[in-house]
Design a protein around this ligand. Structure first.
Ligand SMILES: [Zn+2]
Ligand SMILES: [Zn+2]
Length: 146
């Protein structure tokens, strides 16, 4: 596995590549992601359409197989005011594998910043599509719901 750069974009082939890109983005953001989890639908599928509202701190993934919608991290308290927008790759595809990462408050397991990285299933572009300050409590419990 290795990330390769074409123009201004990075491309990878595995979830490890997506995780590596997420980490380097988070380091540049000065809240280094230390825990990660890949999204998987209850039906077993790993490719999704993604809608986010960074302002409201809301992300919704829709399974491309069974159509089930899931609120990532289950942050239901903010969803009413949210205006989630769909993400599209530079290749115009809208189907992605999703990798979540969080930074935590020093000396705790409490989530401080949330990142969502995507890998396009068509062209293999990888990138962080959304991130926000997120005080969601226990990182393991949060990442179990992405
Ligand atoms: Zn599904
Ligand atoms: Zn693409």
């Amino acid at each position: 596995m290795a990330l390769t750069k074409k123009g201004e974009f990075w491309y990878g082939t595995t979830s490890g590549d997506t995780q590596a890109e997420l980490r380097s983005y988070s380091v540049a953001n000065r809240h280094e992601a230390v825990r990660f989890a890949a999204s998987k639908c209850d039906c077993g599928c790993r490719s999704f359409a993604l809608q986010t509202d960074e302002e409201a701190g809301v992300a919704i993934r829709t399974c491309t197989d069974c159509g089930r919608q899931h609120l990532m991290g289950d942050n239901a308290e903010y969803v009413e005011e949210a205006v989630p927008e769909a993400h599209e790759c530079v290749c115009e595809n809208e189907v992605f594998e999703l990798m979540s990462g969080v930074s935590v408050y020093e000396g705790t397991h409490d989530v401080r910043w949330y990142y969502i990285a995507c890998r396009c299933v068509e062209c293999n572009l990888v990138g962080v599509f959304a991130d926000w300050k997120c005080e969601a409590g226990d990182a393991a419990a949060f990442l179990a719901k992405v």
